[in-house]
Design a protein around this ligand. Sequence first.
Ligand SMILES: Cc1cc2nc3c(=O)[nH]c(=O)nc-3n(C[C@H](O)[C@H](O)[C@H](O)COP(=O)(O)OP(=O)(O)OC[C@H]3O[C@@H](n4cnc5c(N)ncnc54)[C@H](O)[C@@H]3O)c2cc1C
Length: 453
Amino acid sequence: MQRRQFVKGSLAGLPTLFLATSLVAGACKKNNNVDPNSKTVVIVGGGVSGLSAAKKLKEKGLTVIVLEAQDKVGGRLRTNRSLSVAFDEGASWIHGINGNPMATLAQQAGMDTFYTDDNSRKSYDIGGVLRSSIAYDDAEEELYAILETLMKSGNASQSFETVFTNLYPAKANDRLWKFLLSTYITFDTGDLNQLSSLLYNEGEEFSGVEKIATNGYDTIANYLAKDLTVQLNQRVTKIDYSDTKIAVTHNGTTTVADYVIVTVPLGVLKANSIEFVPALPAVKQTAVQKVGMNCVNKFLLTWNTAFWDNVQYLSYTPEVRDKFNYFVNVKKFHPDVNALMTFAYADYGRQTETMSDAQVTADIMGHLRDMYGTSIPDPTTMLRTKWQSNENSVGAYSYTAVGTAMHHFDDLAEEVNDRLFFAGEHTHIDYFSTAHGAYLSGIREADKIIALL
Ligand SMILES: Cc1cc2nc3c(=O)[nH]c(=O)nc-3n(C[C@H](O)[C@H](O)[C@H](O)COP(=O)(O)OP(=O)(O)OC[C@H]3O[C@@H](n4cnc5c(N)ncnc54)[C@H](O)[C@@H]3O)c2cc1C
């Protein structure tokens, strides 16, 4: 039921198409016997990709400076600790623990995790009608089967929604199916009316169970940042790589480096808020436009007492597709905390950013009261995210939109002149949109620089 869950089954039989990426360090030219200590690397962005690159380069002896626009590291590994429970505004889950670097890092960093059982769930229809688990399980099975084959009817110019609606018009209007499309696909990828009907299923997945962070995913970011030189509140506005040395402008000052790794989110690149001199190669600019950036917002509500079922996941199937339809029962992993986490995706997710706290709470409570009766109390607190209007991300994560080709992810990762490098979740052709993809992209770019020395 979590992000990227659906791809697991469907990818099991596929060859590993993209594991041998074109981005191996050997592609860069090597200068023999360069003293690493003589080289300075500036890393733009202190998210998990920037931090993993910085840590690796520092360990090799290079001088590394991380310039981060916000007042803390982590980027989309962002934890709100204003309540008694850690609310992860960005990543929550380690998707598949087997071989996943985030699982190893969690142990090293002291990030506690909890196995979230997909089968511990109840689904309510409007009117508070409890849906039979057989009906739910059957629809889920059918969805997985459809996802195996829908791409055969897809084409480069049509969205997933168009193709799905043509093939299955009744399902497209069915409330349970709207819920499944929303939480199994849109949550994982992007707006169905913009999602590629050919590439919706692309990407690799680690096997094993899903685990949710319980004491904050930023624990990993803070662990990686330990002993690094990170300058906070430094917004990079210009990167001039016209000379052998690169000039990075931030907050009215300039830092000069031999190498720069740009790790800002795809949404920031799309917004053109950093000036590159000379302009980035046309191939990279095209990729920036073509790969999609979605929106997912998260909401945490707390009460004095719990009134909901003692299961991990509650679903509600309203007419409006991407609206507060899925609740994570936080009490399952924090028994003393009476809290639910819910979500809004895609266009509805963007719409929530224009709504007041009172409006958001009223809409969520409308769903919960339909499920549990009108006498349930209002929440005591509500925390929320606004990832689309956040200038440090401008969206949640990347996905394969209509017009995206898989090589665009490699184009986003391609270095320029062996001096300007790019990392971030959107540059990882196998694991885009995930924390582990971001982490691995930083290691990949650090390796490219190390190979040049
Ligand atoms: C709502 C949500 C839910 C998610 N759920 C999961 C999940 O459950 N599991 C999972 O694996 N992944 C999940 N992800 C994805 C995961 O969080 C990201 O893929 C990953 O954290 C991205 O790391 P990054 O280093 O590429 O980018 P970021 O973490 O975004 O780092 C980029 C950094 O650049 C900084 N920056 C931006 N502009 C500038 C500038 N001009 N100058 C200097 N610095 C700048 C930003 O402040 C930021 O710190 C989720 C993401 C979101 C938003």
